[in-house]
Design a protein around this ligand. Sequence first.
Ligand SMILES: [Zn+2]
Length: 320
Amino acid sequence: MNWISNYVRPKINSLFSRREVPENLWTKCPECGTMLFHRELADNLNVCTSCDHHMAISPRDRFVRLFDGGIFTEVAVPDPLPDPLGFRDQKKYPERLKAAQKATGEKEAMLVAEGEIGRTPIVAACQDFSFMAGSMGMYVGNAIIAAATRAVELKRPLVLFSAAGGARMQEGILSLMQMPRTTVAVQMLKEARLPYVVVLTHPTTGGVTASYAMLGDVQIAEPNALICFAGPRVIEQTIRETLPEGFQRAEYLLDHGMLDRVTHRKKLREDLIIVLRMLMHLPPPVAADLPAPKPVYVEPAPVDAAATPEAAPAETPKQA
Ligand SMILES: [Zn+2]
């Protein structure tokens, strides 16, 4: 019996309940090449601990860290027509979509949610660069319209986090049509006099930069984010000249008047709360919550069987 419980059972348990280890425990920073442990990286909001490079963060992770207590409600986005052009390159478009869905665990390249940040109610939309390079297709267009509609309905500001490689080639002209569509959605917010704040993350390029990502009332960018319409490589090849250092990066664009500020990811939530509360004419944010008052435990007075009847008549008011 001892031999079974002490030796055989643990052996069997260890064989069957071997914990699934994630395949990539280490991530290499694309800027400085440092190997970063996955947990350390996640704790640091996917910002490199050695060179401060802001790596991509999934919309869900971003929302969990953004909203108060990590609580948010997803806003439903209407589904567009699947594969309207019957597009095929090396792979069929629906196959590419399915592969991206499997890899990211998300339905499409944008997540819309409502919730509170610093007790300021907002609607937020976040683009997912890991989903087919965050490309803007019909779904993304629908998502922005759904976000703007919801914001107008609830009279809340809209915060949008952009990250995109541009328009979705597989949807051809239909993806380009999302540029005017999303512009109209932003106009809806302006007509309702609601703030629209854009946070540009690395990289925001192509048709996204040419539409909703540049229409914010306040334009914030994460440090060193590439923000452009045509990338530096394409420009360099076209004009045959070397471009200046830091060209089309967030700090360069801030210096040249394209942005309002560049904010570190760790300070972003704080900045957003201040900006949004100012724009919504709300009182300044609560800096910190005081702990809830502790219920004071009062020792009940010892009940003296003899004393109680005596005390009772003394309390009753004397009647004249
Ligand atoms: Zn680094």
